[in-house]
Design a protein. Structure first.
Length: 531
């Protein structure tokens, strides 16, 4: 029976991880046609509201559902019933109170925010974003209750349904703008409406599952309001900050980048366009971070203080393995991207504007992957407030660095500020991990020789292909697509193949991967050296 429960939990976690990866890929991918159809200024308009929309998504997918899931699991352990009056309604009221507070704060601050960022035409878009916060309690309550009962399909299906509808509508909005059917600032307003419609679709999917399963009754018992509120606030808001690392960094750009570019000497229109050019890096960072941290995050739920106390050596090895995969995947992605930034920039965004800032931002892929993995480990150990405080600290560093560097170096200064803030966050997280798991060894686990060989082989290969097929000869986007796809796939294969042949992983580490038998065969398992 216990084994069946464990299998169900593992399958459910995998399903949620898969849905999360698909959603993140969609979320990063749609911004490419959005920029292509609306230009850099249209992209700027969208990116000025996107961080807030992203925060709503994370609160409704990861934050509040995690809290509700924990409370549901506690109810199951205590053999209490999921009462409408004593469980669902109190939780819904608490979340409505929190979301209502956020709505009120943002709605009446829309004008001051638009004034502060230097673009008062965004006021209506911010007011609509405030309304979108009101959808959070309903989808969160249903997702969390299903997850607490180890039913992951409703959350996964609703997540993908929401994202697909939202993406299709936003691309449609961009197309209408390109045909001059709607105005520039309607891009932001209609994008918010697209997110609301997506949330409505998600709610509809969840309600259908809820009606089928009927996990509800009319028993009554004393409502533990304090426990409910503390759990929802701590897990729902504080813990969700870990998923908002990149959004919070972008949020600093919303307020500081355009004013800084005006000081740099650009006109208002030029500053808006430059902000759009800078934001080209966001989908690339997001995709790279998904590659570098999603596998690690899929393993994080198994972490707990109890496991650390029961089997310290095995627990440390588990964490070290998580970091090892994140390091190799994220580092490989950064090296490969830096080598083909001009081609990638032209393929995705039609020209090479902002190539230098994109190269600098590429390093954010590595730092954000490691930071998100480390913060997740800390949260797995129960240190929610500490990891949240570190992320807020990174936001403040980004804000101050932008104000210092953007007036001097323009968007390149903002790229440096992003990398600097994530670097500090990474260092602080490692210091905190070392304090709480003293015997933890991360950097020493990295096979520097294997990493050096794999990186060098990939760089030589990409350089050789670039010599054979110079960038200047790639005139059409079709040729660029074939070129970039070929380089990305073959470069990744070479990189990972050399890592395997150079014994960068132990056999136990490789068994954590899908198709582990194939990877072990490539390594010629008989002579596998185990650490």
């Amino acid at each position: 029976m216990a084994e069946n429960q464990t299998n169900k939990l593992v399958k459910g976690a995998f399903l949620l991880t898969l849905a999360g990866v698909i959603s993140k890929v969609l979320s990063a991918g749609y911004r490419i046609p959005l920029q292509n159809l609306t230009g850099d200024i249209g992209y700027y308009v969208y990116q000025q509201i996107y961080p807030l929309l992203g925060m709503i998504t994370i609160l409704s997918l990861y934050g509040f559902p995690s809290a509700i899931s924990k409370l549901t699991a506690e109810m199951n352990e205590d053999e209490k019933h999921h009462s409408l009056r004593s469980f669902y309604l109190p939780l819904l009221l608490i979340m409505i109170g929190i979301s209502g507070g956020l709505f009120t704060l943002l709605y009446f601050s829309a004008q001051p925010i638009a004034t502060a960022i230097g673009d008062e035409k965004l006021k209506t878009a911010y007011q609509l974003v405030a309304v979108a916060f009101l959808f959070i309690p309903f989808t969160s309550l249903l997702r969390g209750s299903f997850q607490g009962n180890m039913q992951m399909k409703p959350t996964a299906y609703s997540q993908i349904g929401e994202q697909v509808v939202r993406v299709l509508l936003i691309v449609l909005i961009a197309y209408l703008f390109s045909k001059q059917t709607i105005g520039l600032y309607k891009i932001g307003e209609f994008a918010v409406l697209a997110s609301m419609i997506g949330a409505g679709i998600a709610l509809l999917i969840l309600v259908v599952f809820f009606i089928k399963s009927k996990p509800i009754n009319h028993f009554q018992y004393k409502i533990p309001w304090g426990h409910y509120f503390q759990t929802i606030f701590t897990l729902g808001i504080v813990a969700s900050l870990n998923h908002m690392v990149l959004l919070i960094i972008q949020f600093a750009d919303v307020f500081t980048l355009v004013p800084g570019l005006l000081e740099y000497g650009l006109s208002n229109t030029e500053a808006m366009e430059a902000k759009g050019v800078f934001d080209r890096g966001q989908p690339l960072i997001q995709l790279g971070t998904v590659l570098g941290s999603s596998f690690a995050l899929a393993l994080i739920p198994a972490l707990s203080k109890r496991r650390l106390e029961e089997d310290p050596a095995k627990f440390r090895g588990y964490i070290e393995g998580v970091f090892l995969f994140s390091f190799y995947l994220a580092a490989g992605a950064v090296i490969g991207l830096v080598m083909i930034v001009p081609e990638t920039n032209t393929l995705l965004f039609q020209n090479t504007k902002g190539t230098t800032s994109l190269r600098i931002l590429s390093f954010a892929i590595f730092l954000s992957s490691i930071s998100i993995t480390g913060a997740s480990v800390l949260q797995g150990l129960g240190y929610f407030k500490r990891s949240a405080g570190m992320i807020v600290g990174a936001f403040l560093i980004k804000w101050m660095a932008n104000q210092l560097l953007v007036p001097i170096w323009g968007i390149n200064g903002s790229a440096i500020a992003t990398v600097l803030s994530l670097f500090v966050l990474c260092m602080v997280i490692f210091i905190e991990l070392k304090r709480n798991v003293p015997a933890l060894v991360v950097m020493k686990q990295i096979n520097r020789s294997a990493f050096g060989k794999a990186s060098a082989c990939m760089v030589i290969y990409i350089t050789f292909i670039g010599y054979l097929i110079p960038y200047e000869t790639l005139q059409s986007r079709l040729f660029l697509l074939l070129y970039v796809a070929w380089i990305a796939i073959t470069g990744a294969v070479i990189y990972f193949y050399i890592l395997l042949k150079s014994r960068a992983f132990t056999k136990d580490e490789l068994t954590l991967l899908p198709y582990s038998t194939l990877f072990i065969k490539i390594h010629r398992g008989r002579e596998f050296i185990e650490k």
